[in-house]
Ligand binder design. Sequence first.
Ligand code: FES
Ligand SMILES: [Fe+2]
Length: 383
Amino acid sequence: MKPSTQQELIDRILAHIANGTTDTAAAERSVGTDDYLGTVRLEQELRSVFLERPVLLAHSSQLAKAGDFRTDEVHGRPVFAVRTRKGDVRAFLNVCRHRGARLVESEQGTSVNGFSCRNHAWRYDDEGALAHVPDQARCFSPSALAGRDLFSVPVQEKYGFIWAGAADGERRGLAAHLDPLGEDFDGYRFEDDTIWSEDRLTGRFNWKLGVEGFLEVYHFRSLHPDMKKYVFVPEVALFDQLGEHARIVAPKREIREVRDTPAGLRVLRPLVTVVYFVFPSTFVFVEKRHVTTLRISPLTPDTSEIRVLHIAGQDGLLRPETLRQNIALFTKVLSEDVAAAESIQRGLTSAPQKLLFGRNEVGLHYFRDSLCRAIEQSVGQSV
Ligand code: FES
Ligand SMILES: [Fe+2]
């Protein structure tokens, strides 16, 4: 993040603290519950919102050397990504082109000789080309095998992360979607960090309820009593849009100590948690010395998967024990957020009503507007 942006954000936070204010939307907003329910809405979102946009697949250090691979689900489809011998990352649908079996079964690993299907042993190289078919001469003519390479999935390595899209979306290109984050992300040098640990869980809530739980800080004091250990300034947060994405800054109490520090000597990162929301469903939490990413994927209208990565530098400044404590607290807080989302989901189905977004829940207003805009644009493009 540029030094001038850091100073501006610190000034805005200090002004809010002095005035007892926070960033707000212009007015409250009521929202119907139908958007959280039913397959029709989810299918529309998958088509109009997810298909075109990147989601976070991995940290670059998880595919560090040639042959390293990971399997995943992107937009409801099985994919795998691999670091090729040329050094770039490619991703493919994890579906054999013979008769459709799942090609790569392990969650992660290293393959030095491409990928072989367990079913009949068709083998593909690291660029997805069909490389070997057992008993080919007796079974398949060359023309029958033409065009039987793996289906490519758009993938982009940027800011130290690997991002994936859908096989048949991508009108703008993944990089263009990610560009608005560059002014902030370039300065962090996430590519110098290394994966520490990862986590995965599923819950019974619509994916948007999961996202919304990380777009406002209003719930901190009530839902997360242990957050006192984080020493956040209660009820104060900054909200800014970065293109389609968003940045939320939650200040810690130490920020008051830099009130009289000359602007050029103030550094933002140790004084706050910066939460980036990469529309539509990825979060990047920038902490003092480590980074946590979180991706929420819809499985059904009322079940979602959350994948978490914890990433840290190798500069020796972060003690492993401190990182372990931070991750334990994050995991506990996440379980509280998931329980809240599940509770809301049950409430929506048992008592349909208009929900109310407060002026202080400005991230929820932004998210709702962004979803509507993405759906409208998609419908406009397809007519
Ligand atoms: S289904 Fe993969 S080789 Fe037959
Ligand atoms: Fe929370």
